[in-house]
Design a protein around this ligand. Structure first.
Ligand code: 3EB
Length: 370
């Protein structure tokens, strides 16, 4: 760690952060002013690592190809406010790149499984390819938790996991399940609860040969975790979906004095714990939107007002088969306004029978109390 956080206590509301999400092209990003960069926490390219001159924040890439017209867009996370104090970090002996202000932290870590295979299997936890994936997952999460302790942004609120060939079998089990075992172990080893406070998340497959890419947002204050009344909590999935359950919450709300952010996890056509509408991508899309609508109702109940609606969210849609894009767009037209922000990416979803997965982010300002 190269920098300490600057205390802003007592300096008023101007330094209080609320998160903003934009999808911008590298050209749009390149034309921004230095003062714009001051508030940027992190940038995520989709298909490949974007090349951005003068970047002052960590840059990573999910390695998931863009579909449709969103060619080359980047996801940009910024904090609001004119006087935000930011610091960068790249802790020694840690592969996590991160940037933070008083309240919020963005970080990313990229690992090549190939470079870990040489280190050999972790004893007693299988070997071969699954060993390298499990090891990479454990290293990534251990280093992430280390950074969060160091900067005191202890609450992981949202995390994105991109794993090459997520559905491939290795050592008699799907690679996603090996990832789940290692992730659960990492949460346990860090002394973190395995239920109820785990972050909102997405876990998708990237093409063979891609590095493992994990990026995340963390906060100094705890968010409110939200579960979906239509779905079994992922951390309570029955054993037939894997020996170790996935560690994520369905959504969470982060409240700041200026406003709130809603983070909706990757959501799919699952009711209870079963996949429904196998083979029917349009029906899967509609069911997924019904799940997101149910999460919005829960979020509005938790924040105590009708703050979030489908049209106010920004969506990322992961499509397993590019040829399904038209059917998915058609199904979404039934629930989303044409002006709603939607990015389409090709990615494998972490159950073989799921054809589509949708995540979303919401931003809402607090009404001024006069
Ligand atoms: C599901 O509902 C679909 O393992 O972190 C969605 C979001 C899914 C996150 C994860 C998995 C994850 O189970 C898959």
């Amino acid at each position: 760690m190269t920098t300490r956080r600057t205390s802003t206590a007592g300096s008023g509301a101007a330094t209080t952060a609320a998160l903003q999400l934009d999808y911008l092209s590298p050209g749009q990003i390149a034309s921004q002013s230095p003062s714009w960069w001051r508030n940027v926490l992190g940038v995520v390219g989709f298909e490949r690592l974007p090349i951005i001159d003068g970047a002052r924040a960590p840059i990573t890439a999910s390695m998931t190809p863009s579909l449709g017209v969103n060619d080359n867009l980047c996801e940009v996370w910024r904090v609001a406010g004119p006087e935000v104090q930011m610091a960068n970090g790249a802790a020694e002996r840690s592969r996590v790149h991160y940037r933070f202000c008083e309240d919020l932290l963005f970080g990313s870590i990229t690992l090549e499984e190939r470079s870990l295979e040489a280190e050999g299997p972790i004893s007693g936890r299988g070997d071969g390819n699954s060993g390298a994936l499990a090891r990479a997952t454990e290293i990534a999460y251990r280093e992430i938790f280390g950074v969060l302790e160091e900067t005191e942004h202890r609450h992981l609120i949202r995390i994105w996991n991109y794993l090459p060939e997520i559905n491939r079998e290795a050592d008699g089990d799907e690679r996603y399940r090996h990832f789940n075992s290692a992730r659960q172990l990492a949460f346990r080893d860090s002394g973190r609860a395995a239920v109820s406070t785990v972050p909102a998340a997405s876990a998708l497959g990237s093409p063979a040969g891609s590095p493992i890419c994990i990026y995340f947002l963390a906060a100094r204050q705890p968010p409110k975790m939200i579960e979906n009344p239509r779905q079994t909590s992922a951390y309570h999935y029955p054993r037939k979906f894997g020996r170790h359950s996935p560690m994520f919450s369905r959504a969470c709300v982060l409240s700041e004095p200026q406003g709130t952010n809603l983070f909706v996890s990757g959501t799919a056509s699952i009711v209870g714990h079963e996949t429904i509408h196998p083979g029917d991508v349009a029906a899967q899309t509609r069911e997924t939107m019904a799940n997101i609508a149910a999460l919005l109702d829960e979020a509005n109940r938790v924040v105590g007002s009708a703050r979030y609606s489908l049209d106010g969210l920004k969506f990322k849609v992961y499509v397993r088969q590019p040829t399904d894009l038209g059917a998915i767009e058609g199904a979404l037209a039934g629930s989303l306004h044409a002006s709603t922000s939607v990015v389409y990416l090709q990615a494998d979803v972490c159950r073989e029978d799921l054809l589509v997965e949708i995540e979303a982010t919401g931003e809402a300002a607090n009404r001024r109390v006069v």
